[in-house]
Ligand binder design. Structure first.
Ligand code: GTP
Ligand code: MG
Length: 328
């Protein structure tokens, strides 16, 4: 049976804002379904306008609590919001996000909010490639702002956060040594450093420390200088909550900065280059393994490497030569 009508129907339903079609399409991406490619081709022209906000930081720093506030603020501005919860450390989706789901359930009745979690489970081409597609699907469904929450621990997460236009790094008081260690990384990743749990002891010292670190860094003229925003995102009374308006203003300021300069075009070009790299890597690998299939060569190569008769670099060189005509 021709699968095409299925794709058409699914994509049209997505464009009309259908949540079930959205969920199905995301599952296609997660499962590496053959149909994904054609679906993404159609979805692509409907994307590229949403604001993508990444939010990263150590476990328990308050990312989801802050995300909850951000969703509320964007909803007050009548913006539709998508949220992607990425947990690269967890092989299971669902259970691992229970805490996040609970924190974000305030919005479960709101048609203007769509929340999806993704766990790492051996995506074809890795988590960041899948995340690009998932964000696009959510955008094509109608989201004007997409928030991507990810645990900040390793390279995969940093890759994921690189997809965003605006990156929030959430730190907490008492993280002094960690901050010291990530000093260099901080400047590269963060657009805004959110010092959450500013109600806890040590917040002032931490704030001073962050500001000193930042003022010691040099930035080129016209370049965005990361801001530090202290926040308190939980509390018994509404007035206990602090810094959320300032955070939203900083996000908007960054957005304006991106629009004013050509930074947004630069970010977009970098993202496309990164994504192309990921896709090429996968597709070439698939192509090569497919070509070797049934020839017995793959097995032979592996055996030879294991036995020490050959090495991976020479094998790759040899195989590549049969596919790509390189200029000698
Ligand atoms: N004291 C204090 N606690 C906070 C604040 N913000 C969040 N918390 C608490 O910190 C805990 C973790 O918050 P989450 O929002 O789940 O943190 P997270 O970064 O999303 O955590 P993971 O998704 O597990 O990495 C919760 O118990 C929150 O209630 C704050 O400003 N002050
Ligand atoms: Mg969370």
């Amino acid at each position: 049976m021709n699968k095409r009508p299925d794709i058409d129907q699914m994509v049209n339903r997505l464009f009309s804002g259908d949540r079930r079609a959205t969920a199905r399409l995301i599952t296609w991406v997660e499962d590496g379904m053959e149909e994904t490619r054609e679906a993404m081709r159609r979805i692509y022209p409907r994307t590229g306008k949403a604001k993508i906000i990444g939010i990263t930081g150590a476990g328990g720093a308050g990312k989801s609590t802050l995300t909850d506030h951000l969703i509320r603020k964007f909803r007050e501005q009548d913006k539709t919001v998508g949220v992607v919860l990425v947990d690269p450390s967890s092989p299971f989706s669902g259970g691992a996000f229970l805490g996040d789901r609970i924190r974000l359930q305030n919005h479960s009745q709101d048609d203007g909010v769509y929340i999806r979690s993704m766990a790492s489970r051996g995506y074809l081409g890795g988590l960041s490639r899948a995340t690009y597609d998932v964000i696009r699907i959510i955008e094509a469904m109608g989201a004007e702002v997409v928030i991507v929450e990810t645990l900040g621990a390793g390279q995969d997460e940093i890759d994921v956060i690189h997809i965003a236009h605006t990156c929030l790094l959430v730190v907490t008081p008492g993280m002094g040594d960690d901050i010291q260690a990530m000093k260099a990384g901080i400047m590269e990743i963060a657009t805004i450093i959110v010092l959450n749990k500013a109600d806890l002891e040590g917040a002032n010292a931490c704030l001073r420390h962050l500001n000193t670190t930042l003022s010691a860094a040099s930035f080129e003229e016209g370049e965005w200088v990361p801001k530090v925003i202290p926040t308190v995102s939980v509390g018994g009374k509404p007035q206990d909550i602090q810094g959320i308006d300032e955070l939203i203003s900083a996000i908007q300021e960054h957005h304006a900065h991106l629009q004013k300069t050509d930074a947004i075009d630069q970010i977009k070009s970098e993202r496309v280059e990164h994504e192309l790299g990921l896709i090429f890597k996968d597709e070439l690998q698939k192509l090569i393994f497919k070509g070797l299939k049934g020839t017995g060569r793959k097995k032979r190569y592996i055996e030879n490497i294991v036995k020490g008769k050959d090495d991976p670099y020479s094998v790759v060189d040899e195989v590549l030569k049969t596919y790509i005509k390189t200029k000698e």
